[in-house]
Design a protein around this ligand. Sequence first.
Ligand code: BEZ
Length: 221
Amino acid sequence: MPGLLLGDEFPNFEAETTIGRIKFHDFLGSSWGILFSHPKDFTPVCTTELACAARISDEFKKRGVKMIALSIDSVEDHRNWSKDVMAFNSEAESALPFPIIADDKRVLAVQLGMLDPDERDKEGMALTARCVFVVGPDKKLKLSILYPATTGRNFDEILRVIDSLQLTAQKKVATPVDWKPGDKVMVIPSLSEAEAAALFPNGVTTQDVPSGKKYLRYTKL
Ligand code: BEZ
């Protein structure tokens, strides 16, 4: 079963892109990175997604996350499609603010387990699913989400997840359901009461539950 597990080093692949040939780790440098794949150029859902990603690219920049897309067509197709995407955003004069990898031989799609067997092109070849990979500055995989080709992603959720990943990489906390930056966070179960008291000067509140177990511990950062 191809694919990557959380904590695995992300492959340092080489690929042709709309900004030339890259080696992925060099492209990332010391930044966080997001690689998001698309089934095909010049397709409707993909166009809305790339356009959204372009509109909110400053939000990724603010978080120190380098963006790169992937689709299984050529650099030339990607360059032409990028013009459609920016026109869709009513920004026809601007360039797409991130590169697109040309995976026309499906090498990365296979290596990274990104093919969607239910969606095929005219020749019957499987298209890429909508993968999201978030890679940390240590080049390790921090998050992967896999959507089928027929379901477009929610980029607000992707930014929310990145906020959680970046916070929980720094502090011994976890973020609860529907958490947003500024909300209370949860103390991770492996911390003792004494350790939690020392680490969180704003205090730790514990919600009582019928089991009597003190595991629902919140703090404000
Ligand atoms: C789309 O981007 O619209 C799309 C691509 C492949 C299958 C279904 C939809």
